[in-house]
Design a protein around this ligand. Structure first.
Ligand code: HEC
Length: 131
């Protein structure tokens, strides 16, 4: 019986460790930022982009498996959120650079998305280069 318990514990450990290794991005390293980003998303974004990020067809774009969101170059995505575009409002005034970075890190790592986190500095730099 005891041996069985030990075996079970080992099995769980293997699954947990194995799960971490398969991830391209170690999301556990920035869990607090993801939690902050989720809150910002719920308050500011989900009414248009849907709680699960899939948007609403022909009205609001899908953010899940969207290359603008998970792309290696995050600048176009930061610009859309900072400056707005079409029916997408600008969040430059409403959110701090930290909040924008957190929500972008969140959408880059939710609903199956997986991409490097965005730092507040990246958001700030973009604002400065535009004047
Ligand atoms: C009032 C509705 C609305 C809200 C609120 C909103 N968006 Fe959007 N979003 C849009 C629309 C519409 C577009 C498409 C803009 C265009 O290309 O004309 C868009 C585009 C985007 C894009 C680019 C996606 C693409 O495929 O071009 C990103 C990234 C994005 N939004 C993120 C966010 C985030 C993050 C928030 C919250 C901070 C947010 N949006 C809040 C309506 C909204």
């Amino acid at each position: 019986m005891r041996l069985f318990a030990v075996f079970n514990a080992l099995l769980i450990l293997l699954i947990v460790v194995g799960g971490c290794q398969t991830a391209v991005v170690d999301q556990t390293a920035f869990t607090p930022v993801l939690l902050q980003g989720e809150e910002v998303y719920q308050l500011n974004c989900q009414r248009c982009h849907h709680p699960q990020g899939q948007g609403y067809r022909r009205l609001f774009p899908n953010l899940a498996s969207n290359q603008i969101v998970t792309g290696h170059d995050p600048i176009p995505m930061i610009q859309v959120v900072k400056n707005g575009r079409g029916a997408m409002p600008s969040f430059d005034e409403a959110l701090t650079d930290e909040e924008i970075a957190a929500v972008l890190t969140y959408i880059r790592n939710s609903w199956g998305n997986e991409a490097e986190p965005i730092s507040p500095q990246q958001v700030r730099n973009l604002g400065e280069s535009e004047g």
